[in-house]
Design a binder for this molecule. Structure first.
Ligand code: DAV
Length: 385
């Protein structure tokens, strides 16, 4: 029985993993994750299990998402939460607690009949892949073509990070302005010491993988994926304008072959558009978010408005309060299913983050047959590490 098959984010969805909010913790600060807690957030310095009422509200919305998907004929699998309020100790680091298993998209990268557990840069997320072992064992037992991979297990010693990333040159706390400059210059908290990536930084379009170079993913990881998939083209994208570039799925989101919505505050620079233009892909500005602030105790930005889950080339799930985004989807010719999800945002993201593809109908296609000079293409000769 074929269980695992997915080459992109828009072919008809038939099986998916939906995360859970149980036991989720606000992890202690660590070299990688301090990055994602905005400088003015009340979450800075907070740690420990999240308040139980917020966990219950998030789980209610996650369960409702699972039900909506099942009503649309999608098989839904769920992870097994760990007791995340435990320290992680390895020969190379220790940290006081773990994180959670709400966003499977960060951990699991599905490429065809392969699922790769990502080489994640957050120490608190080192063991998170275990939440999905039950699912992956089942796929392995039933689907003879399913291949279960791990990215190289990172050491995550201090050598992997710029330990002064959160300081300015005088040793004071960095400002957002400085962070914007650093990220625009592709200076990230994660260095090129070892292979590091989150699965949610990878946008899959058939034979092409477009990967965000950001706080959570480095060039060595792109080179590793290039070697894993020698018949593929691996591209490095970056989006100036985001002081905390983590994950591509609130920035650059494909809706169907030939159409991508792009965060208007983080536009893809002109020189990186050649491959899309040469192949008649349209890149349109996403609608403005309905909210000025993310919900309380949330790591992500208001741009989770565009973090939608595409069910097929004509159908998309969008967060129910995102009126402008709902309207834009309609104008772009999509049937829209509104689903309330803001209570789940603080646990690690939106509708796309909260899911991981297991099966979408369809095969590996070449959406970019017209080759042009493409500065985004990863090659060993041009390596930047
Ligand atoms: O805009 O904060 C969130 C993506 C979470 N997977 C943002 C990106």
């Amino acid at each position: 029985m074929k269980i695992v098959n997915s080459w992109n984010d828009f072919d008809p969805l038939k099986r998916v993993i939906v995360g859970r909010a149980d036991n989720c913790c606000i992890s202690p600060s660590e070299p990688a994750s301090e990055a994602k807690v905005p400088l003015d957030s009340p979450m800075r310095g907070m740690t420990g299990p999240r308040p139980l009422d917020t966990v219950e509200k998030a789980n209610a919305q996650l369960d409702n998402l699972a039900k909506v998907l099942e009503d649309h004929g999608v098989i839904v699998d769920r992870p097994e939460p760990l007791q995340f309020n435990q320290a992680v100790v390895t020969p190379f680091f220790m940290t006081g607690s773990q994180f959670g298993c709400m966003p499977p998209r960060d951990v699991l990268l599905t490429i065809g009949s392969d699922i790769i557990c990502a080489s994640m840069s957050f120490r608190s997320r080192f063991f998170e892949h275990y939440c999905y072992h039950k699912n992956l064992r089942e796929y392995f037992e039933k689907d003879p073509e399913f291949r279960w991979f791990y990215g190289p297990r990172p050491q995550l010693s201090d050598e992997s990070y710029d330990m002064h990333y959160w300081d300015d040159v005088d040793g004071h706390e960095v400002t957002e302005e400085i962070l914007l400059e650093r990220t625009a210059n592709l200076e990230m908290v994660t260095k090129e010491h070892e292979i590091l990536f989150d699965a949610a930084d990878v946008m899959r379009l058939g034979k092409d993988l477009f990967i965000q170079k950001g706080l959570t993913t480095n060039w060595k990881a792109m080179e590793w994926l290039r070697r894993m998939y020698p018949d593929f083209r691996v591209h490095s994208l970056n989006f100036p304008g985001d002081p905390y570039p983590i994950h591509i799925d609130a920035t650059f989101v494909p809706l169907r072959p030939g159409l991508i919505i792009n965060n208007p505050h983080r536009r893809l620079p002109k020189e990186q558009r050649a491959i899309f233009e040469a192949n008649d892909w349209e890149i349109v500005d996403a609608a403005m978010p309905a909210h000025e602030e993310p919900p309380e105790l949330c790591y992500s930005s208001v741009w989770l408005s565009m973090n939608c889950l595409v069910l097929d080339h004509n159908t998309v799930i969008v967060e129910a309060s995102e009126t402008a985004q709902l309207e834009q989807m309609d104008k772009l010719g999509m049937n829209v299913i509104p689903v309330p999800f803001r209570d789940a945002y603080p646990f690690g993201g939106g509708l796309h983050c909260a899911t991981a593809d297991v099966y979408r109908e369809g095969e590996c296609q070449d959406y970019f047959p017209n080759q042009v000079e493409d500065p985004t293409l990863i090659t060993y000769a041009d390596k930047r590490w």
